[in-house]
Design a protein around this ligand. Sequence first.
Ligand code: HEC
Ligand code: HEC
Length: 333
Amino acid sequence: MVKKIILGIVILLVVVIGGFVFYVQLNWNKIYEIPYPDLQVSTDSTVIERGKYLVHGPAHCSNCHVGSVAEMIAADAGENIPLKGGVPFNMGALGTMYPRNLTSDSETGIARYSDKEMFRMMRHVVKPDGTGTLIVLMPFWNMANEDLVAVVSYLRTMAPFNNEVPDNDWTFVGKAVRVLASSFQPISNPSPAPVSPPMEATIARGEYVSRYLANCVGCHTNRDPMTFEAIGPEYAGGMEFEPWPEFALAVGGDPETWMRTPNITPHPNSALSKFKTVEEWKARFRQGRLINISQMHWGPFSRMTDKDLEALYLYLTSLEPSDYDAGELMFKK
Ligand code: HEC
Ligand code: HEC
């Protein structure tokens, strides 16, 4: 009798686990049917200039889509590195991701993709091949139409660089998370505005830059380390970053130190409240990176316009103060 019960449980487990494995294998790289946005690239030089500012400034594409850690450091410091992709992003238990080649190379870059495939990627976070990806890495779905057009128009002008980027390498856990977590599902209903708030010191511009261009909210909110879903109040910090030894060693930092984002709501103890005036705030951004192993894209952000920095300050200081304790900024496990 007991033997039969145990056998029954074992069979049930095999069926359930087998079914789950089968389900994940079937769906982890599924193709999404998402319509293409109705937008057109432009060859107008002011549009292209606008795109250049976004790519190398607030939207910081230029810091991620490079070929190596050394190039990432050079790009942060302001060197014009070709966006040829390929630097490995270690995603812990999930696997490894590789930012792709954004130059106009016809074999390995974005010249392989139509304009509408590019627009859909940015608007819905569906890759040109129709598969999904980690949406918090590319959180640009509500970038205004005019800015999205500017970004893609600028990318089209970049000189080709032949560099074959390896395919992402997902572990089974990574594949399962891709199937189950909302942070890997495409954005089916974005709500972009046709034009962005004008580049002026307004709260509306600050919110736009913070949410839809610079991803301040993405990093300065505590997130589950596996699924990247928010587990703390917005802008109150606490997101943890695993050490990246190769990066740390290249900048002379400690390869075992973890980091957490600080609270940037206007609470008296927050990192924002250190800056009493907008002038101090701008001066901090112009300094760029002070903590060498910081994940923050200080270089591109230091190259934002005065108006965008002022708008960010106005917006962040207008938020509800949160007394959330983000924890120690730097720590070891
Ligand atoms: C935080 C790092 C990061 C930033 C910032 C970033 N990307 Fe990406 N991007 C990635 C990664 C990683 C991938 C690969 C995703 C995948 O393969 O699942 C990717 C994929 C892409 C793709 C898909 C290309 C292909 O061949 O499938 C495009 C297009 C793209 N990014 C454009 C941009 C643009 C434009 C910007 C700036 C507005 C930007 N990215 C900012 C990390 C980033
Ligand atoms: C990729 C993740 C990431 C993004 C995106 C990001 N930050 Fe940060 N930020 C961090 C980390 C990590 C730190 C702590 C280390 C440091 O000070 O560099 C930090 C620190 C700060 C500080 C404290 C600086 C100081 O000198 O004490 C401020 C203020 C700040 N961020 C504001 C912003 C704003 C505004 C944006 C958007 C424009 C932003 N961050 C985007 C990760 C990020």
